[in-house]
Design a protein around this ligand. Structure first.
Ligand code: PBG
Length: 322
C-alpha cells in the first residue's frame, strides 16, 4: 500500500487554497487600452470581442474602472487620424497618445501606473516600428532618434513607465540617456526584450488599424530562438532597463522561465491579442469554460516566472478576485 499520498493536500478547497503555489493578484495585472483619434463612439474590435478602440472619454472611464478593480497599471496605445513616413504624431504634444496619457494620468495616475507603448508602428504610414532608409529597410539608428523624441513627449505627458516595444538595437540605452539628459531620470523603462515575430499579434493589427504589409522579421525574434531571447534580456538590463518582458506569453513559457531565472530586474509577460482571441472564440462556441481557461492561462504565465502580466482581461479578472 502506498504511503506517499500527494492527493491528501488536494482533498478540500481550503487545503488546495492553502498549498497553492501560484496566485493571481489584481495589482499584478496590467490592462492594455487603445485610444483612437477623432472617434465619437467607442469602436468594437471584431477580432477581440469585448475590447474596444476608445474615445478620450471612454478611455478615461476604462482606466478608472481598472483602477477601481485594483488593477496595477494600464498600457496605452494610440491610433492617430493621420500617419506619415516618420510617425510625426508619435512625439507631437497634441498627438493622440500623448493627449490621452495626460488625460489618464490626471484621472488615475495616483491609483495605478500609467504606461505607454513606445513604438512607431501605430504612427507610420508603412506600419513598421521604425523609419525606413532609401532602400525601404528599417533604419535602426535613425529610428532611435524618433524613439528618444517620443520618450520625451511621453514623459512630459505623464507616463510613468515607457514600454519600448520596437526591438531596435540600443533603444533602451538611447532612451535612458535622452531622459536623463532632460532631467527625467524618474521615468522607468520596460523593455520588450524577448519580443518574437509572432502570428499571435494578428488581432492587434485590427486594434490599431495597422497599415503594415510584409512582416517584422528583421527586428523581432525568430520564434525558434530561445537563447537569443535571453541575450536580448541581458543586453536590455545592461542598457538600463528597469523591467524586461517576454512576448507573447503562453507559447514562450520556456523563454519566460529562463529569463526569470537569470534576470536581476522584474520580468513581465504580455498575453497578446491572439492569445485573447483564441480563448474568446473557443468560449463563444461553448468549447471551453471561459473563466477557467482565462484563469488557467494567467496562472500558468505567473507560474513560469512572470511577476506581472499584461492582459486584455485585467479588469474582469481583478473583479473575479475580489
Ligand atoms: C508594437 C506592438 C505590437 C503589440 C504590442 N506592441 C504589435 C507588433 O509588434 O506587431 C502586439 C500586442 C498584441 O498583439 O496584443 N507597437
Amino acid at each position: 500500500m502506498t504511503t506517499v499520498r500527494p492527493r491528501r493536500l488536494r482533498a478540500t478547497p481550503a487545503l488546495r487554497a492553502l498549498v497553492a503555489e501560484t496566485r493571481l493578484h489584481p495589482e499584478r495585472l496590467v490592462l492594455p487600452l487603445f485610444v483612437r483619434e477623432g472617434l465619437t463612439q467607442p469602436h468594437p474590435i471584431a477580432s477581440m470581442p469585448g475590447v474596444q478602440q476608445h474615445t478620450l472619454d471612454s478611455l478615461r472611464a476604462a482606466a478608472a474602472e481598472a483602477a477601481e478593480a485594483g488593477v496595477g497599471g494600464v498600457m496605452l496605445f494610440g491610433v492617430p487620424a493621420h500617419r506619415d513616413a516618420v510617425g510625426s504624431a508619435a512625439d507631437a504634444a497634441d498627438g493622440i497618445l500623448n493627449v490621452a496619457t495626460a488625460a489618464v494620468a490626471a484621472e488615475v495616475g495616483d491609483a495605478l501606473v500609467v504606461q505607454t507603448d513606445l513604438c512607431l508602428d501605430e504612427f507610420t504610414d508603412h506600419g513598421h516600428c521604425g523609419v525606413l532608409d532609401g532602400a525601404g529597410r528599417v533604419d535602426n539608428d535613425a529610428t532611435l532618434e524618433r524613439y528618444t523624441a517620443m520618450a520625451l513627449a511621453q514623459a512630459e505627458a505623464g507616463s510613468a513607465l515607457l514600454g519600448l516595444s520596437g526591438m531596435m538595437d540600443g533603444q533602451v540605452a538611447a532612451v535612458r540617456a535622452a531622459l536623463d539628459d532632460a532631467g527625467r531620470s524618474d521615468v522607468a523603462l520596460l523593455a520588450y526584450s524577448a519580443k518574437y515575430a509572432s502570428a499571435f499579434y494578428g488581432p492587434f493589427r485590427d486594434a490599431v488599424d495597422s497599415a503594415l504589409t510584409g512582416d517584422r522579421r528583421t527586428y523581432q525574434l525568430d520564434p525558434g530562438n530561445g537563447r537569443e531571447g535571453l541575450r536580448e534580456a541581458a543586453l536590455d538590463v545592461a542598457e538600463g532597463a528597469d523591467v524586461v518582458m517576454v512576448k507573447p506569453a503562453s507559447h514562450y513559457l520556456d523563454v519566460l522561465a529562463a529569463v526569470a531565472a537569470a534576470s536581476p530586474v522584474p520580468v513581465w509577460a504580455y498575453q497578446v491579442s491572439g492569445e485573447y482571441a483564441m480563448v474568446e472564440a473557443a468560449a463563444a462556441h461553448g468549447w471551453l469554460d471561459r473563466e477557467r481557461a482565462v484563469t488557467e492561462s494567467l496562472v500558468a504565465i505567473h507560474r513560469a516566472g512572470a511577476d506581472v502580466v499584461l492582459t486584455y482581461w485585467a479588469t474582469e479578472v481583478a473583479r473575479w478576485l475580489r
